[in-house]
Ligand binder design. Sequence first.
Ligand code: ADP
Ligand code: ZN
Length: 724
Amino acid sequence: MARRVVDVLVPVAVDQAYSYRIPDGTDLKPGDVVSVPLGSREVTAVVWAENHNPDPRLHNRLKDVSERLDVPPLKEELRSFVDWVASYTLSARGMVLRMTLRMGEHLGPERVRMGVRLVGSPPQRMTSARHRLMSCLSDGLLHGKSDVAREAGVSASVIDGLVDEGTLVTEPMPREAAMQKSDPDFAVADFSPDQKTAAAALQALAAGDEFQVALLDGVTGSGKTEVYFEAVAEIIRRGKQTLILMPEIALTGQFLDRFAQRFGVRPLEWHSELSPRTRARNWAAVAAGEAQVVVGARSALFLPYADLGLIVVDEEHDQAYKQSDGAHYHARDMAVVRAHIAKIPVVLASATPSVESEVNARKGRYRRVALPARFGGQHMPQIDTIDLRREGPQRGRFISPPLAEAIGHAVERKEQALLFLNRRGYAPLTLCRACGHRFACTICDAWLVDHRFRQRLVCHHCGFSMPRPHQCPQCGAEESLAAIGPGVERLQEEAASLFPDARTMVLSSDLITSIETMRTELNEIAEGRVDIIIGTQLVAKGHNFPRLNLVGVVDADLGLGNGDPRAAERTFQLLNQVIGRAGREQGRGVGYLQTHQPEHPVMKALVACDREAFYDSEIEARERTMYPPFGRLASLIISAGDRPTAEGFARKLVAMAPRDERIQVLGPAEAPLAVIKGRYRFRILVKSARNVDLSHYLRDWIAVGPKPKGNLKLEIDVDPQSFL
Ligand code: ADP
Ligand code: ZN
């Protein structure tokens, strides 16, 4: 009798599942996690379906499933989600599956790990590696072998050498302690009446145990976190799991502590910087249902929760939720999809909801839960514009006199000031004063950014860098190079010269080497060991700096007018958020916007604290122009090693677009970033009415269109967030 056959989805860039035979004596069901041969390797994969009618001619050529792995099967709900995301984003299903299988290298039963301990006297021959290793082990305790090797920066052979000499012994490590339980009643907050109402609404939502979306809409400092913790508590009581999504996991140190203060233990973390072993352990804890609460970056959405009961999307408007390589998905939108499939509630939290969510709340599709005031009656920051046309700084300076005066007062009062500028490095452009030569990347359509701390000129698109030369490469003039425009490093220089006694700190992603250093620096600020903070958007997100009362936005116009349909929304959200860092504790926050256009609707809404006016005008504009959420968009990005190939393909593709009067195909046009890493880029924008299944249209189109060959690449981005 022929053996049964199953279709197995493998985590590589293919869409279809492959057929494998089930070995005798094994039983396999859809969802089982298996190991299968694929080409010359073995991969971890998932049984997707029973195949009742395998082609008899192929049957003998099929390979066998190697084994079923000892992990819980992927639930139907997660498999449907993988299919849905792949179909919507036009990604290969295998690529989406891969995100659910990121469980580190060591699957299956946990291996016994070996540790080492310092026992004997120092070796005869001492090297610096040996010395480092021994000082890491000087506490006499048992350390994981690979951990201590990494910590001391030595190879495993250095450890083995010292074991041979009797200086160290190896012993098996004890098993990891079981996960501690969160206590839903550990320390319940004392809520204000507004908060109490909101918390009760979210708790009811959690208890409702069905698909429903709440928009937790509260000004910065209103206590959104404390309030949604009540929904989390309810899910813990019900023995189910909660996923809390964060846009930027590196920034959640304070959050983990707050969670522990409320629930007695830290939640489980999920992000790309976990070590393989931690990742494997966390993955298993999620799949086994031992992890009650997971705090994670967008990829946490694809984990195999045993019993997911609630998803919270914190800072739901944040564009970091959009993944822009591999599968182009938006984690906030996909969180709503996953909740819908799993029939569970979802909470979207923000002080400045995305226009999409705001419209859904206005139309009653989402339930709005509002926190209109700061906790403890603190006032919202007072916001003013500084008109750079009249009150601007002198040439080559970027802090205007009124802003400098305000910083001076803050420093005198021993309060903190934050200077916000969303530009890394020292200066965005370097040019030669003698001949006008501008330093550009050789393989991107971009200027090189001067980074003084690193002493290099850097391309922000491809990472290319070179030392800052002393001579102009074009005309040979010496010491003729001028830095044009500000970056955070240059601002620090200016702040330090204006306030020589103040302690300044730059916070910028390129200066942060790890999540740990980031967390340490944020703590230093929170503890008041810095007077003037100079930061990029890294500082805008979710921190609480109790001594910070003044925020100066150095270039409020920076994000406007770059052809992005969401420019106004983004600028409003970002500035609102960054100024919202001020006065959280004492309620005396002040924000200054240095701008060339104080009459711009975004500036006016910020100054007047009139959020509704901003949303009204923005929603009206989107409706008029049929931009999201009133219409749909997709981008097709075509790139190749030379311009004619990219352009030729793009034109052919457009010519093959199926006719549909509800759909507009715009382009191809050269992308605003026309060359990245030596690849020439063209864009096609597809625009449709809201009720059109755009993914379906795109799939039909791609099927009849030209096929990308050679080094030509076609990327499809449904609901694009970036138009560069
Ligand atoms: P949001 O996320 O809305 O900006 P947070 O949840 O971070 O606000 O709260 C702002 C600050 O107020 C935090 O320090 C928080 O601990 C505090 N806070 C909010 N609500 C309460 C409460 N009911 N009791 C005590 N402290 C609170
Ligand atoms: Zn470059």
